[in-house]
Design a protein around this ligand. Structure first.
Ligand code: PEP
Ligand code: CO
Length: 456
């Protein structure tokens, strides 16, 4: 093997900052580099948000999903914003993931891993570095960690202090999530307490209620049988994830810990590489190959099967189960053409991958009056096609990735409640990508459960 390849395979010459010598995409330009250095020094001193044993636990669960013993549900906002760091919004994110996961458990007949796009999803890739309105061009909004959405010079200038604010808000979010779980928010003995809110009016309310009752009955049955309270399933786990885009931020939280070898990114359990930054020779792949966390890579229609193979080899040279998730986001029009050859090649080369479908990002469209949206039917169709293509290739769909919210927004079209183009203006709140609303997300979970049960 040539020396360069050996170095990559063995992870030699890697350090948390080795990415800095590689070409990098999608980074902000800070006018004051000393202020950036000061913020990063502070960030590097702050305590971690997650621990290495939680990260190992997630990796272990993802390894089980790779073997078909669990199913991954990853979801949340396209980007979190600072305003949304408040109790109702956070509780709402847990609630929707929890409720969807219960539905999926019934369909998939396996345990579900809940992985939020939260507690750190504050940096976004953009298709253009600048935004022009009339005669004025300013840096694009890149997420609340970097600059602000308002269109003025001061709001759009990247501000390193925001890295600290993002970190603190991530900590507040993680803290509240832990407290809710500890306090019994997710106690499976009392699913009837999880306020159903909008789902009550949904055409699927009755089906959901039946599922909830069945869970309660099964628990009571098991406890009668064993004569003890099933403490282990009292509480459910939630893990955090975000796109590891801003590499200075990620590096500042990359640490070694006692008793666990390797380097951990302790700002999140599961960072992923976006579709725009997954270049093999680039800085993101360099950074990610050296950390021990389980990681994801977004795989879009421009990835060739050979590139996907090279990514798998560079990012998971030991072929460790649970280490690498491919988050497929081809779009319904491309999934058949793109996924089949890629899946066949990776299968032939025996690469161990968790295959997760993100049916959102390849199905974004713009309406006649310029609103970004996604259609419920296309999202569902991409899920169905991915499921069947992977099965044909002797693999399996092991997870899904959604942009969603527990609020009653009108950003995506369709679903049983029939959101139309005329409805979009009513409650269109996202700063970036359109999300499934509560009803659409629950409906998607019910239909996905049918698919996983082999009924669609
Ligand atoms: C995202 O997940 O919000 C995103 C930007 O996705 P992708 O990298 O797949 O385009
Ligand atoms: Co998005």
């Amino acid at each position: 093997m040539p020396l360069e390849a050996q170095k990559i395979v063995k992870g030699l010459d890697w350090s948390p900052s080795s990415w800095q010598s590689k070409p990098i995409a999608q980074q902000p330009v800070y006018p004051d580099s000393e202020a950036l250095e000061r913020a990063l020094r502070q960030l590097a001193r702050l305590p971690p948000l997650v621990t290495s044993w939680e990260i190992q636990n997630l990796k272990h669960q993802l390894a089980e999903a790779t073997r078909g013993q669990r199913f991954l549900l990853q979801g949340g906002d396209c980007s979190e914003d600072f305003e949304d760091c408040e109790s109702n919004a956070i509780a709402g994110k847990l609630k929707i993931l929890l409720q969807m996961s219960l539905v999926l458990v019934q369909g998939a007949r396996k345990r579900v891993i809940r992985l939020g796009r939260f507690a750190g999803q504050y940096a976004k890739p953009r298709s253009s570095d600048t935004e022009t309105r009339g005669k004025v061009s300013l840096p694009s909004y890149r997420g609340d960690m970097i600059n602000r959405a308002g269109f003025s010079v001061s709001e759009r200038t990247p501000d390193p202090e925001l890295l600290l604010r993002a970190y603190e808000r991530s900590a507040l979010t993680v803290n509240f999530i832990r407290a809710l779980i500890e306090g019994g928010f997710a106690d499976l003995h009392h699913p009837e307490y999880w306020e159903l809110g909008l789902v009550k009016n949904s055409p699927h309310a009755a089906e959901y209620m039946r599922l909830v009752e069945r869970i309660g009955e099964s628990l009571r049955f098991m406890e009668t049988l064993t004569g003890s309270v099933l403490a282990d399933i009292n509480r459910v786990d939630f893990f955090t994830s975000h796109e590891g885009l801003h590499l200075h931020y990620e590096q500042a939280q990359t640490r070694q810990v006692p008793r666990h070898p390797g380097w951990y990114n302790l700002s999140t359990h599961f960072p992923w590489i976006g579709d725009r930054t997954r270049s093999l020779a680039g800085a993101h792949v360099e950074y990610f190959r050296g950390i021990t966390n389980p990681i994801g890579v977004k795989i879009g229609p421009s990835v060739t099967p050979e590139e996907a193979l090279a990514l798998a080899e560079a990012l998971n040279p030991q072929n460790e189960p649970g280490r690498l998730t491919f988050i497929l986001r081809f779009g319904v029009e491309h999934v058949e053409r793109c996924l089949r050859p890629l899946a066949e090649l990776l299968r032939r080369r025996e690469r161990v991958i968790l295959w997760c479908c993100d049916p959102m990002h390849g199905n974004t469209e713009t309406t006649a009056n310029g609103t970004k949206t996604r259609r419920f039917d296309k999202i569902l169709a991409e899920l169905q096609q991915s499921y069947h293509i992977l099965m044909d290739c002797g693999l399996h769909l092991g997870g899904v990735h959604f942009e969603l919210t527990s609020e009653n927004v009108t950003e995506c079209l369709g679903g049983a409640s029939g959101v139309t183009e005329a409805d979009l203006a009513r409650a269109y709140r996202t700063q970036l990508d359109p999300r499934l609303n509560y009803e659409q997300a629950m409906e998607m979970a019910l239909l996905l459960a049918r698919l996983l049960a082999g009924q669609a």
